[in-house]
Design a protein around this ligand. Structure first.
Ligand code: ATP
Ligand code: MG
Length: 445
């Protein structure tokens, strides 16, 4: 993409309404624009990162054997009356009446809708296990929407639902989700710690929240520092192998890690004192096993291998896709702006032309642009007439992890400059070597 043809409405001033760094960065970098309280338009740069995050979520869900689909945002109230949640959900539910006077709602989550799909089409244990998921907009009429996309009213969520014949199978689905979520967040350059949590209105006994440590987080968390050393890395996981998934879950849930809702001082005291930590965290996901809470009242049953009709065991599993943009920025920024991890960056590499209009500099930039593009990468080429300082400030603000700077002086010596946004370190290389280096960096992502 050439910046001269892109739509990147960066702001010079820091918007007064933004209280936290991620919100400020997203507004300043022209990623989002508030449409009304807690509701945002996703401008091109923000939309690009949203799509990158969504793509990683899809890849890891599909790798775990979960099946993508799409359910609507608007739902009929009838199903929610069946489960008993129409009244329970309270004021967070946006209720709508259509022209025929029918009660509708903008879905805050999808347990009812998916259970209805299941009971309409699945009747035998032979069709299990089954895990369906979608990534769709949700609406919760939060009393105090704030912090930009972190606590919106309309937000984008991955929600998945497992259907299993019995509790052990459903707990395997729970474990599979935990492992796939750990991998998902790692690919985004994030450490999200699974913590024992409280189930709230979804219901159920087994639940973990995934928290990204950040001062601006809304949750209070307590953990054993040992958990921050864990990494899944390149480990190959067989998601059908119950023991293997259970062992990984065991590894991640053995060190103490809980939110304030389930925190227990007495148990925490058992953690060696120098490893006891308390801090703030941002919830970026949650998994639940809730047994037959929905299948019982809604009649989602299958015939088991003995010919008996039994309710299915279910769980639901969510990732806050739009919230993740805020969480990643909270975890990765400096005073000049965002620092995107390579896994989610909107463009792989910036190209800054220090002297637009200089025939040699223009040609070198074009060649680098073409070479990166041919290698399957997306560069953002600042081909505007802005002065160098302003170009650097924009690149730093929007946070591309790598920048190639091209100027007539360097070109006289046959070199351009490759700069890391994270460390600020620069290296002089030939244009070909700079391209090769960037290609190599992304080959491992
Ligand atoms: P919270 O406690 O932050 O209100 P929740 O526990 O009610 O969230 P879940 O039902 O667990 O939310 O939804 C799954 C994920 O969706 C959450 O882990 C979070 O990342 C995201 N999410 C929930 N509410 C919002 C919101 N208002 N804005 C943006 N993301 C949200
Ligand atoms: Mg939650």
């Amino acid at each position: 993409m050439r910046l001269s043809r892109y739509f990147l409405p960066v702001l010079k001033e820091t918007p007064a309404e933004a209280q936290i760094v991620s919100h400020r960065c997203m507004l300043r970098a022209g990623m989002i624009k508030q449409a009304s309280a807690g509701i945002y338009s996703w401008l091109p740069l923000g939309f690009k990162v949203l799509r990158r995050i969504e793509q990683i979520v899809h890849e890891e869900q599909i790798r775990a054997g979960h099946i993508p689909m799409l359910m609507p945002t608007l739902q009929s109230a009838d199903l929610w009356r069946e489960s008993g949640r129409y009244d329970d959900y309270g004021e967070e539910m946006l209720r709508i009446t259509d022209r025929h006077g029918r009660d509708m709602l903008y879905g805050p989550t999808n347990e009812e809708l998916i259970t209805d799909i299941f009971r309409s089409h699945v009747g035998s244990y032979r069709d299990l296990p089954l895990t369906l998921y979608h990534i769709q907009w949700k609406f919760r009429d939060e009393i105090r929407p704030r912090f930009g996309v972190m606590r919106g009213r309309e937000f984008y969520m991955k929600d998945g639902y497992n259907f299993d014949i019995d509790k052990p199978s459903a707990l395997h689905a729970y474990n599979r989700h935990m492992v796939s979520y750990i991998r998902t967040y790692e690919r985004m350059g994030l450490q999200a710690i699974p913590m024992r949590a409280d189930s709230g209105p979804i219901g159920g006994d087994d639940t973990h929240e995934f928290l990204v440590l950040a001062d601006t987080g809304e949750s209070e968390v307590f953990y054993d520092a040992a958990i921050t050393d864990l990494k899944l890395g390149d480990r190959v996981v067989d998601y059908d192998n119950r023991d293997e998934c259970a062992a990984i879950v065991q590894e991640w849930t053995t060190p103490y890690a809980r939110t304030d809702e389930t925190h227990d001082e007495a148990v925490f005291a058992g953690v060696p004192e120098d490893r006891r930590r308390s801090s703030r965290g941002i919830e970026v996901g949650q998994i639940f096993y809730f047994g037959t809470k929905y299948s019982d009242p809604m009649g989602a049953t299958v015939v088991n291998d003995k010919g008996e009709r039994v309710p299915v065991h279910m769980g639901s599993h969510g990732i806050g896709v739009s919230r993740l943009l805020g969480a990643i920025i909270e975890a990765s920024h400096d005073d000049r702006g965002i620092i995107w991890p390579e896994g989610v960056t909107p463009f792989h590499c910036g190209i800054v032309n220090l002297k637009q209009g200089d025939a040699e500099a223009d040609a070198a930039c074009e060649a680098i642009y073409a070479a990166l593009t041919a290698a399957g990468l997306e560069p953002l080429y600042d081909d505007t007439e802005e002065r160098a300082g302003a170009k650097f400030a924009t690149m730093d603000l929007i946070g591309l992890p790598w920048r190639i700077t091209v100027g007539p002086r360097g070109l006289k010596n046959g070199v351009v400059e490759l700069t890391s946004r994270r460390t600020g370190d620069s290296e002089e290389l030939t244009p070909e070597a700079a391209v090769a280096r960037v290609v190599e960096i992304y080959a491992g992502i």
